[in-house]
Structure formats: structure tokens, C-alpha cells
Design a protein. Structure first.
Lengths: 453, 94
């Protein structure tokens, strides 16, 4: 059989394995196997690519794979689960960078216009993915401030950059032999990636990560067009589609449109002074223990604060003790709790909480009235009743977990500062709310000691 | 069909398939899904391999070699980290 036929069939097999693997990734019971299947698909594609007769020298291929593979393997092993969002962002950016380089390398003096267009697209999307992901990485790992960066004339600057990108892309396609336009496209797309992500604040990160994830797929897809390779197109568009779906789910969970998330940080919303009636009622861990001991139905609602305090293991311990005490314990997970889609689920899974104990917002809300104690750990905006009650609130209309409907609400909170978005939370002033101030992990450890003592 | 139309045809089918596949994934798996998909986007390595091995010692080869290294980080790191995460997911016993 002709070698090129073997190569083509190999790519077909690899695409099939990617599709099958992604399908299996859709259910917790088969997800691990699905990831394996998709990895086998990748291995198949790489082996087949190495059969290519155009390859005369394997030195640099081997060098790249060994160095890259080693870095990837070490990073994957060393990273803590709480740092997962920035790790995913970083890997994502590297994928974008690779597509940028492939698009660039695919440039030949006799390239057809269609190829030139796809080269520009892979450079552009790859470049935006690279710097956008690096900024996201910086914000998530708190190397950079996590707040939204806004300045006067930002819209104008961005419009100029977009015009510059489009202009130099067109000029590049018209004059592919003049490297000036190529460098202009590369430089501007890198700058554009930075500009796209800096105005987005920490709480909106789940949307950004999903979107960048989608871009990295689209960049691979564009590179596939540039070098005429099916498997890049299939795999890239699968990733692109999955990223777009996640982006949509995240936007819906915040009741905001994608353009709203991308172009207007919460910070720009004028904070109207709203009077909230009621007073803050602090409670000690000892008193909280007496209430918890009597509870038969407890819900735990974690947020980003749980990740920051690395409190997932103590949370699990508390849950176990409450269960041993005869209570039913469930976790209520808001879709945008944390810094990336499903962030809380991964942390709790790491702490050995079974996934069938994790309820989605739509599952836990109808049964909230039956719950004796709802424990809010480091979550703020996703449990803010202002989203339902106060039309003047910037988050009005966002679906939230209705913890205020529970008999008693404990809020574990470091201090009275408002959440990331800077929005007052009337939950803290409710009749049935008690505040447990202090480090979440310490407070939980105290409760655990009381319960096991 | 010529080359470009054929590739666009594949693109369209793959996009629809992607939407169908991902639409029903439960929220609990969103992070592994994302990092698993991310690993797949390292497929660029396949394109980079042929370029890095062209033996011409030209700019394209160096760009290709860089792309192989970056994409390999993405692929190896992405799959391993996804597997690590998924190894935590357990159903309640008994």
C-alpha cells in the first residue's frame, strides 16, 4: 500500500479516537477512559506524522519532543490542584504559540491566496491566544493584579489595533513577499491578545478561559488549512466548538452577554448607594457547632475563597462528621464559582468528595427550604440575593444559589469587605444569617474539632 | 471538489459534531473537559513535525522545531494533568 494512503488512514483513525474520547469524557464514570482514548488518538497522529517522507532530518523533531514532553510532564505532576486554572491557561497559550509558529513556517513564496488567508488567521488567532492566555495566567496566579484594568480611551486604542490588524493582514495577503506586513500581523496580534484580557476581572475568568480554550482550537484549525492537513482541522474545530459551548454556559450562568463580559468590567458599573436594612450578626465557632449538631440537612456552598484558603480537605472532613452525626450533607455548586468552569468540582473531588454529592444550582435551589443549615465558604456574588431582589444591583437577574431560603445560613468570610465585584451583599444582613469571621480553613478546623470532640 | 472546498466541508461537519458532543457534559466535568480539549488542541504538533524535519536549516525549520516543543508541552502536560484530575472523581461507595 502506498505510504500516503497509510498516513491518511492513520489520520482518520486519530480523528475517530478524538471524537470517541470526547464522547466518553462526557460522563464521570467513563471520563478517565475517554481521556486515554483521546491520548491514544494523539499518539497515533504523531506516529503517522513521523512516517512523512518529506522528513529528512529527525534531530530537531526529537529535540523538540523530548524538551517539550519533559517540561509538560514535570509541570503536570508538580502542579497543585488549586493552581489548575492558571496551569490550563498556560498550556492553552503554548498551544496557541505553536499554531502561530506553524502558520508562519507554512509561508512559501508561491503560496495561493487561500493559503495566505489561512496563514494570517493561524498567526492572528495563535498570537491572541498566546498573550491572552499569558495575561490570564498572570491574573490567576496573582503575579498580576486580578482586577480589571480600564483606562480612558481604551475603546479607541482597541479600535486602532483592530484596524491595524485587519489592514496589515490584507496587505500581507496582497504582498506576501514583503516581510514587514507579516511582522506587523504578528506584533499586533500579540498586543491585541493583551488588550483583550486586561479589562476582564478575576470573577469573569471562567468566561475568558473557556474562550481562550476555544481560540487555541481555532488556531490549530487555521494552521490545518495552511498546511492542508485534515486531522488538524477536525481536532481543532472540536476544541473550538467545545470552548464556545463552555463560554456560552458561563455567560448564561452570569446572565450576561459575551460582549458585556469582554468589554465592560464590573468595576465600571456605578455603585449606587443602596441602603440595606438589618444588622450583621457574628457567631462563634462554638455556637455554630451547637446549631450544626442539631441539623439534619446541611448544604455547603463553596466559592473561590475555599480554593484560596485550600480548605477543600477540611470541608470534606466536616461533611463526613456531619454525616456521621446523622445529617444529610450536600454541596451546592454554582456554575461560575471559582476561576474556571467546574473549578469547585475538581477541588472537592481531590478531597475525595464523591461527585454524586455535588449538586448543580438547579438541583439544590428547589430543596433549599428543607435545609437546616447552609454553610457558605468563601462565596459571595454567587449567593447574593440582590441578584433576585434589587433591580438596581449590577448583578440583578444573575441566577444565584438561594441560600437565604435555608433555615439558617453560616457565612464564612475573612472580613466585611465586599466580594470581588465590589457589590454589597444583603445576605449578610438577613435575619437568619450568621457570620463566621476569620480564615475559612481555621474556622472549619475549629468546627471539626468541636464535632469530633 | 478542490482542496479548499473539501477542507471547509470537513470543518463544517466537525464543528457540528463538536457542539453535539459537548452540549450534554455535566458541570462537574467542565474543568477536565476543558483541559482534555486543550490537550487535543496540541494537535498542531503533527503539522509542526513535517516542517521541523525538512532538513533545510532555514527559518521554517527553526520555527517548526519551536512549534514541536511548545505543542509537546501542551499535549503531554494537558493529557497528564487531565488524567490526574479525573483520577480523583469517584462515586459514593455503598
Amino acid at each position: 500500500m502506498d505510504l500516503s494512503v497509510v498516513i491518511s488512514l492513520g489520520y482518520v483513525l486519530a480523528s475517530g479516537l478524538f471524537i470517541f474520547g470526547l464522547k466518553k469524557l462526557g460522563s464521570p464514570a467513563t471520563a478517565r477512559k475517554g481521556n486515554m482514548i483521546s491520548a491514544v488518538g494523539m499518539l497515533t497522529a504523531i506516529v503517522v506524522a513521523l512516517l512523512d517522507q518529506g522528513i529528512v532530518d529527525f534531530t530537531w523533531i526529537a529535540a523538540g519532543m523530548v524538551v517539550g514532553g519533559a517540561i509538560g510532564a514535570i509541570a503536570a505532576r508538580a502542579i497543585a490542584m488549586t493552581s489548575m486554572p492558571e496551569m490550563v491557561a498556560l498550556f492553552n497559550g503554548l498551544g496557541g504559540a505553536a499554531s502561530l509558529l506553524v502558520g508562519w513556517a507554512a509561508l512559501t513564496p508561491d503560496a495561493a491566496t487561500f493559503t495566505l488567508v489561512t496563514i494570517v488567521l493561524s498567526i492572528l488567532i495563535g498570537g491572541v491566544t498566546l498573550t491572552g492566555s499569558l495575561i490570564a495566567y498572570g491574573k490567576l496566579s496573582e503575579i498580576l493584579g486580578s482586577g480589571a484594568v480600564m483606562f480612558k480611551g481604551q475603546q479607541l486604542v482597541n479600535s486602532l489595533i483592530i484596524a491595524g490588524v485587519v489592514g496589515s493582514a490584507v496587505m500581507f495577503c496582497l504582498q506576501p513577499t514583503d516581510p514587514t506586513w507579516l511582522y506587523a500581523v504578528i506584533g499586533l496580534s500579540l498586543v491585541f491578545g493583551i488588550m483583550v484580557v486586561i479589562p476582564i476581572g478575576g470573577a469573569d475568568m471562567p468566561v475568558v478561559i473557556s474562550l481562550l480554550n476555544s481560540y487555541s482550537g481555532l488556531a490549530a484549525c487555521a494552521a490545518g488549512f495552511a498546511i492542508n492537513n485534515n486531522v488538524l482541522i477536525v481536532a481543532g474545530s472540536l476544541v473550538g466548538a467545545s470552548g464556545i459551548i463552555l463560554t456560552q454556559i458561563m455567560c448564561k450562568a452570569m446572565n450576561r452577554s459575551l460582549s458585556n463580559v469582554l468589554f465592560s468590567g464590573f468595576a465600571s458599573v456605578a455603585n449606587e448607594a443602596t441602603e440595606i436594612d438589618g444588622e450583621i450578626k457574628p457567631i462563634t465557632a462554638e455556637d455554630a457547632y451547637y446549631i450544626l449538631e442539631a441539623a439534619t440537612n446541611v448544604a455547603i456552598i463553596p466559592g473561590y475563597g475555599m480554593a484560596v484558603a485550600q480548605a477543600q480537605h477540611v470541608v470534606k472532613e466536616l461533611g463526613d462528621l456531619l454525616e456521621a452525626n446523622g445529617a444529610e450533607v450536600n454541596f451546592g455548586i454554582h456554575p461560575v464559582a471559582g476561576r474556571m468552569p467546574g473549578h469547585m468540582n475538581v477541588l472537592l473531588a481531590e478531597a475525595d468528595v464523591p461527585y454524586d454529592q455535588l449538586l448543580e444550582m438547579d438541583e439544590i435551589n428547589p430543596r433549599m427550604e428543607l435545609i437546616d443549615v447552609a454553610i457558605v465558604i468563601g462565596a459571595n456574588d454567587v449567593v447574593n440575593p440582590a441578584a433576585r431582589e434589587m433591580e438596581s444591583s449590577p448583578i440583578y437577574g444573575m441566577p444565584v444559589i438561594n441560600v437565604a431560603d435555608a433555615q439558617t445560613v453560616f457565612v464564612l468570610k475573612r472580613s466585611m469587605a465586599s466580594g470581588f465585584a465590589g457589590i454589597e451583599n444583603p445576605l449578610f444582613y438577613k435575619e437568619n444569617t450568621r457570620m463566621l469571621f476569620g480564615d475559612a480553613k481555621e474556622t472549619l478546623s475549629k468546627l471539626v474539632r468541636e464535632l469530633s470532640g | 471538489m478542490n482542496g479548499a472546498e473539501y477542507l471547509l466541508f470537513i470543518l463544517m461537519l466537525a464543528v457540528f459534531l463538536g457542539f453535539e458532543l459537548i452540549n450534554k457534559v455535566p458541570a462537574t466535568l467542565h474543568t477536565p473537559l476543558m483541559s482534555g480539549a486543550n490537550a487535543i488542541s496540541g494537535i498542531t504538533v503533527v503539522g509542526a513535525i513535517a516542517i521541523a524535519g525538512n532538513g533545510n536549516q532555514d527559518l521554517a525549520q527553526w520555527l517548526g522545531a519551536g512549534a514541536v516543543a511548545l505543542a509537546s508541552i501542551n499535549v503531554v502536560g494537558g493529557y497528564m494533568v487531565t488524567d490526574r484530575m479525573l483520577s480523583f472523581f469517584k462515586k459514593k461507595e455503598g
